[in-house]
Ligand binder design. Structure first.
Ligand code: COA
Ligand code: AMP
Length: 627
């Protein structure tokens, strides 16, 4: 069935359409109803279904005779190791770790925090939680102790699973001291931690709290899957909001499994036995959905890659992995392709690899500039598909659907709405705008399966952040347009979120850190354009009266503070001292105008500005040099 016919079929009967897709999943009790509008904040999917996500990701493939098929290939460009786990082998390990957790009292509904580098045990940890109905919360390794602490405080995990260290080019990142510091900072402490000792840097274990992962796993009694309600949470994933406090996006078991299983065929055009690679990190939503759950639910082989697109050892690393493991579809962030393009503009390194089995490249995580799409298309001679989604949705809001026959791509557009999403563009007054007009991108409620039903223990926060602005619609906080052929163009965020190398960060959180410096009277952080990372943060600070510190010294102090409180992933490197911040008469900092100035774009002086001269002062400090 074509994209148009599929979208129309979903529109005609959304509940019937989704109930049929529920057949992609094994249920202990199959749902009789697709949707209950009376439950939850805006309704809930598959309310009477009972299932286990780990069973669907592992056990059922083994039962179907695919136990000897590779489920997971760990390719560590950092250590030069490659390890393959069949479905049977992965199931054995997951069942034992699940047994180890259960033996220590972890049960359905308990939270387990996972803070791990890109090793197979990160995936094993997630699936072990799913197996016993515990709710995992994975925290990206590039976050600092304070960020980890705020997630521990909010999720209140019973256990934490971590590793002694992560590996970044040129350095070993000791995770254990960060974990210890975070537990020290948090008002909540876990009952126990399992620590995976990596040979690159072993950690000292804290007596009475920490246990060696390998020993615990070895002693773990394998246990079967615990059936859970489709509505029970599978995980919480914290993502940046507009303040320093991260938002706990909740994902349920039933809707998630159905939507992800459906997306593997419909969007990515892969199925059982195919090799699918999402070159992301398990700490991000892309890693949750498309390193772990999506490919395993569909019976694919997934790749866990510990390395970078460049420098490990060169810009041919992605092509090496695709060729060596027979990858059919690759999903990565535009930044990774820009990094490869910068190092190997002619694509010479590709010639060494046989990409016969490679069919398509998928990009998401940030807006992709058309040049990068066109460059990749020419180099690979395969479809390059930009698709738009968010942590909140868990899968693509828009895309191009290989399982339905591709439609022509338009570089710079994220494609057309996924069946399941009724996407609209509204103006400030909530009126739908004509095609080609930029406005708020919103989704008419209800959101489809896999999208967040709420924020962790915070229905009110969910309503306020996502549903209040346009009643009856979910606000994506992205601005964009839908053209007259139905293609969606996502242009920018409407809030203070920036995307740095595909990593979602809050400028508000960085401002909170800068404001805590004793010399800073006022500050603003904006995301400015960067040819590699898409955007990078720029800090503007106004000093307290009487402070006469050199800008370079202050910059070094503030950069260290952000690295220490938020983490290296913020890539916060630039600070400028300004005499004052441009503001409206009501005192609101004109961040959007500052950003345009820093990007060297045209701007209009807002009529509400308090003093137009303040913009000239900013321009003198941050405008890029001409040419
Ligand atoms: N643990 C600890 N530190 C981490 C980390 C982790 N898991 N991930 C990143 N960092 C650190 C890096 O070491 C770097 O530290 P530094 O400031 O000391 O150099 C910092 O965080 C920024 O990292 P990164 O964003 O990876 O930038 P980079 O300059 O090291 O590399 C690219 C540039 C383009 C190679 C890299 O950004 C990249 O691979 N991007 C793809 C993004 C991606 O996959 N996003 C996922 C969303 S789909
Ligand atoms: P995250 O929650 O980290 O996945 O970040 C989601 C945000 O990244 C979105 O709200 C967009 O601002 C941006 N984004 C993700 N994918 C795309 C895309 N394909 N095109 C434009 N922006 C994107």
């Amino acid at each position: 069935m074509s994209y148009e016919a599929t979208y129309a079929a979903w529109r005609r009967d959304p509940e019937g359409w989704w109930l049929e897709r529920a057949g992609l999943i094994d249920w202990d009790t199959p749902p009789k109803r697709a949707f209950d509008p009376k439950r939850g904040v805006y309704g809930r999917w598959f309310p009477d279904g009972v299932l286990n996500t780990c069973h669907n990701a592992l056990d059922r493939h083994v039962a179907a005779g695919r136990g000897d098929q590779p489920a997971l290939i760990w390719d560590s460009a950092m250590t030069g190791q490659i390890a393959t786990f069949t479905y049977t082998q992965l199931l054995v390990r997951v069942a034992k770790v699940a047994g180890a957790l259960a033996a220590r009292g972890v049960k359905k509904g308990d939270r387990v925090l996972i803070y791990m580098p890109m090793v197979p045990e990160a995936v094993i940890a997630m699936l072990a939680c799913a197996r016993i109905g515990a709710i995992h919360s994975v925290v990206f390794g590039g976050f600092a102790a304070a960020e980890l602490a705020s997630r521990i405080a909010d999720a209140k995990p019973r256990a934490i699973l971590s590793a002694s260290c992560g590996l970044e080019p040129g350095r070993v990142v000791p995770y254990k001291p960060l974990l210890d510091a975070a537990i020290g900072l948090s008002p909540h402490a876990p009952e126990f931690c399992l620590i995976l000792q990596r040979p690159e840097r072993e950690a000292e274990l804290t007596e009475g709290r920490d246990e060696d992962w390998a020993e615990a796993e070895a002693r773990g009694e394998p246990i079967p899957c615990v059936p859970v309600s489709a509505l029970d949470p599978l995980y919480i994933l914290y993502t940046s909001g507009t303040t320093g406090r991260p938002k706990g996006v909740v994902r349920d078991n039933g809707g998630h499994a159905v939507a992800l299983a459906n997306s593997m065929g419909m969007l990515y055009g892969v199925g059982a036995g195919d090799v699918f690679w999402a070159a992301s990190d398990v700490g991000w939503v892309v890693g949750h959905s498309y390193i772990v759950y999506g490919p395993l639910l569909a019976g694919c082989t997934t790749i866990v890659y510990e390395g970078k697109p460049v420098g490990t050892p060169d810009a041919g690393a992605f092509w090496r992995v695709c060729s060596q493991h027979g990858v059919k579809a690759l999903f990565t962030a535009p930044t990774a392709i820009r990094a490869i393009k910068r190092e190997d503009p002619e694509g010479r390194l590709l010639a060494a690899y046989d990409l016969a089995r490679f069919e398509a490249l998928y990009l998401a995580g940030e807006r992709c500039d058309p040049d990068t799409v066109v460059w990749a298309q020419r180099l690979l001679n395969r479809p390059v598909i930009d698709h738009w989604w968010q942590t909140e949705t868990g899968w693509a809001i828009t895309g191009n659907f290989r399982g339905l026959g591709l439609f022509p791509t338009k570089p710079g557009s994220g494609g057309k709405p996924s069946p399941g999403f009724d996407l609209r563009v509204l103006d400030e007054a909530g009126q739908q705008v004509p095609p080609g007009t930029i406005g708020d991108l919103v989704v008419k409620l209800p959101l489809p399966p896999s999208c967040l039903p709420t924020l962790w223990q915070n229905d009110e926060g969910f309503r306020e952040a996502y549903l209040a602005r346009h009643p009856g619609f979910y606000t994506t906080a992205d601005a964009g347009m839908i053209d007259d052929e139905g293609y969606v163009w996502v242009m920018s965020r409407t809030d203070d979120i920036i995307n740095v190398a595909g990593h979602r960060l809050s400028t508000g959180a960085m401002e909170e850190v800068l404001a805590a410096h004793p010399d800073v009277a006022e500050c603003a952080v904006v995301g400015v354009r960067d040819s590699l990372k898409g955007q990078v943060p720029l800090g503007l600070v106004v000093l307290k009266a009487g402070v006469a510190k050199a800008e370079a010294v202050l910059e070094a102090e503030l950069v260290a503070m952000v690295r220490d409180r938020i983490g290296p992933v913020a890539a916060f490197r630039r600070v400028r001292v300004v005499p004052r911040l441009p503001k409206t008469r009501s005192g609101k900092v004109l961040r959007a105008t500052i950003r345009r100035i820093a990007d060297g774009q045209d701007y209009v002086v807002p009529p509400t500005i308090d003093d137009p001269a303040s913009l000239e002062e900013i321009k003198a400090v941050v405008a890029p040099p001409p040419g």
